[in-house]
Structure formats: structure tokens, C-alpha cells
Design a protein around this ligand. Structure first.
Ligand SMILES: [Mg+2]
Length: 353
């Protein structure tokens, strides 16, 4: 079994998701001069070197306080398999494809030796914002979470103002939580921002907000969990696309999509450990056009990372490979088994499609 080439006749997206089970898995589109694709590793190959880490987080994020990831080694380095626990196998198989690409094919050719990254401020009280930004040395851009359930618009306004006091260039992320009317009102109240990420859930709502406000709109979930990432472009629903390596099935899939999208791209992590982060930084370093800070500084959200964290210097990180630390905190035996079984199911979906 080798990594297959796309059919070319298939008009559907190469980035399959849970409701698109027959879509092709993103493939490693090698140029003819490159080495032939490596053989597809078996699940046993992957599990032979596997370790499941469990990383404590400084602040609750996405409702979790511990980030688990299964790491495995291949001839090109280490790969990460860490779909969020609620993701189904069909969606999670793309994350496995990305881990296999990293471990068996390695990073694409870099075009730059440093990538600007943003600081990330979770939905904390305004008086905690400055200390959090302080963990990102030299950050020139801050991303602030807004529209957190249970909080008010006043909380968002205060939090963004506190961030702006430290770093003027602020982008906000609502994770799809606003209605169109709420988004328009919130954007007016919050004021000047670099862009508003995923103000509402659907592509149609994004397009409606974008037509109603001057602020730039970025699409994240609308691309990451969509059967057709190009729909955002066709609907003129966003000015910026937030792309993540693992949900798109790998670094090369991300680069292929970026080349097709007629808009600025920001590469972001999916709360990756340092192993997955190295693939994100590599993809960002290989993008021909990159004009904005990437969301690849989230290693600062772990109290301990799986390997040497990507620490910002002068607001940027540098591409490099990462190996797991021997003392990285490991998951319990029960959780390890859960991840191993999940990997086997996702692997079966990758090879038996
Ligand atoms: Mg986002």
C-alpha cells in the first residue's frame, strides 16, 4: 500500500470530513523528481514506537485542562495523532494522515527561516490579559477569544481593550458563537481589530456579516470541518483563511489548499504538542505567500510540552524537528489503550477506503 494519488476526475474536495466518507484522503503529491512515496506503515508499525502524552494546560481552553496526543516515530521523524476526543473516526483519519506524513515523509522545503506568531488570550478576565501576553516574548499580534458561553459582550470589550493596551494589533475569535446580528453589534462595540475569526457558524452567515461590516473576516471552522473548503471563497464569505495541518490531512494538503484559495492564509495549530507544532511551523515556513502572524504559539498554553516547545523570540518561531522528551507526562494505561484503539480504527479507514 502506498499513498495513492488523487483521481483527478473527482470533483469533490480532497479534504474529506465526517459527512463525506467517500472523499479521497489528502495525498502527498510528490513531484516526479521526488523520491517515490514510502510504503504505508501498518498500525502495528505506528504503535511500536507510540507513546501517549497527557499535557496539563495553564488555562482551560476548548473546555479542556489536559491535552492528550499519541506520538509515533517514522523514518523522517516523529508524528502526532491528536484529534479532539469528540471527533469521529472519519474526521480523525485526516489527523492520522498528517501524523504519518510528518513521520514518514517529513517537512516540505522551507522558504523562510522564521514565522511570526500571535499570542493567544483565552476567555479570561481583563485583569489577567497582560500576564498572559507576557508569556509570548515580542508578540506583535494578539488573538483574543470572544463570545465565550456564559460571558457578556462587556467582558469581550474589556478583554480586547486590555490586550490592545499591551499589543495594538488584536484579532478576535468567536468560534462561530454569534448570530449575524450579535456579530455586527459586537464588532461595532469591540472596535478596530486586525480581523474577526469565525464570527458565526455557517458560511452564509459569515458572508452576511462580511457584507455588513468593514472589519476583515477570517474563516476557521468553516474550512477545517467543511466538506468543501473552497466554498468560503465561492461565497465570498471571508478575507482570510485559517488553515491547520492536522485537520487538513498534512502539510502538503495545507499548501495545496493555500495555493487554491484567493485570500490571505494564516497557519494555526489545533492545540498541537510541540511534535504537531513542528509540522505547522514547517507548513507556514513553506508557504510562498505569508503576510500575517500565524497561530503557532500555543505551546505556551501547556505547563509541560511533549518535547522542546516552540518558544517565541521577537514574536517569531523557527522551523525545526522535535523529538519527545523522555520526561513528558504520559497518559494512564486506560487512556493509552483508548488512543491505540482509535488509531487502529482510523488507520483502517485510511487503508480501506
Ligand atoms: Mg479559530
Amino acid at each position: 500500500m502506498v499513498f495513492s494519488q488523487p483521481s483527478g476526475k473527482n470533483k469533490t474536495s480532497p479534504f474529506g470530513t465526517s459527512d463525506d466518507r467517500k472523499s479521497p484522503v489528502p495525498t502527498f503529491r510528490l513531484k516526479p523528481k521526488d523520491a517515490p512515496p514510502p510504503s504505508m506503515p501498518t498500525a502495528d508499525d505506528l504503535l511500536e514506537s507510540a507513546r501517549v502524552v497527557s499535557l496539563p494546560m495553564r488555562t482551560m481552553f476548548r473546555g479542556i485542562t489536559v491535552r492528550e496526543a499519541l506520538l509515533f516515530k517514522g523514518p523522517a521523524g516523529w508524528g502526532e495523532f491528536a484529534p479532539f476526543p469528540e471527533y469521529d473516526d472519519a474526521e480523525s483519519r485526516l489527523w492520522l494522515a498528517a501524523g504519518i506524513e510528518a513521520a514518514y515523509l517529513g517537512a516540505p522545503q522551507p522558504l523562510r527561516d522564521a514565522v511570526d506568531v500571535n499570542a493567544t488570550v483565552p476567555a479570561v478576565p481583563a485583569d489577567e490579559v497582560a500576564a498572559i501576553i507576557g508569556r509570548y516574548p515580542g508578540a506583535k499580534t494578539v488573538k483574543v477569544k470572544v463570545a465565550e458561553p456564559g460571558q457578556t459582550l462587556a467582558d469581550d470589550v474589556d478583554r480586547v481593550a486590555a490586550a490592545r493596551d499591551v499589543v495594538p494589533n488584536v484579532r478576535i475569535d468567536a468560534n462561530g458563537a454569534w448570530t449575524v446580528d450579535q456579530a455586527i453589534a459586537a464588532i461595532a462595540a469591540i472596535g478596530d481589530v486586525e480581523y474577526v475569526e469565525q464570527p458565526c457558524r455557517t458560511v452564509e452567515e459569515l458572508a452576511q456579516v462580511r457584507r455588513s461590516v468593514d472589519a476583515l473576516i477570517a474563516a476557521d471552522e468553516s474550512i477545517r470541518r467543511s466538506t468543501d473548503p473552497m466554498r468560503v471563497a465561492k461565497a465570498e464569505a471571508a478575507d482570510i483563511a485559517v488553515l491547520k495541518v492536522a485537520p487538513l490531512g498534512g502539510m502538503r494538503s495545507l499548501l495545496n489548499l493555500a495555493a487554491r484559495l484567493p485570500m490571505d492564509v494564516v497557519v494555526s495549530s489545533a492545540l498541537d504538542t510541540a511534535i504537531g507544532m513542528s509540522a505547522g511551523v514547517a507548513a507556514a515556513a513553506a508557504l510562498p505567500n505569508l503576510h500575517r502572524a500565524c497561530g503557532l504559539g500555543t505551546g505556551a498554553m501547556f505547563t509541560r510540552d511533549a518535547g522542546m516547545s516552540f518558544r517565541m523570540h521577537d514574536g517569531a518561531v523557527e522551523p525545526r524537528s522535535v523529538v519527545p522528551s523522555d520526561d513528558a507526562p504520559l497518559a494512564s494505561a486506560a487512556r493509552r489503550l483508548w488512543w491505540e484503539e482509535r488509531l487502529r480504527r482510523c488507520h483502517a479507514l485510511l487503508v480501506n477506503r
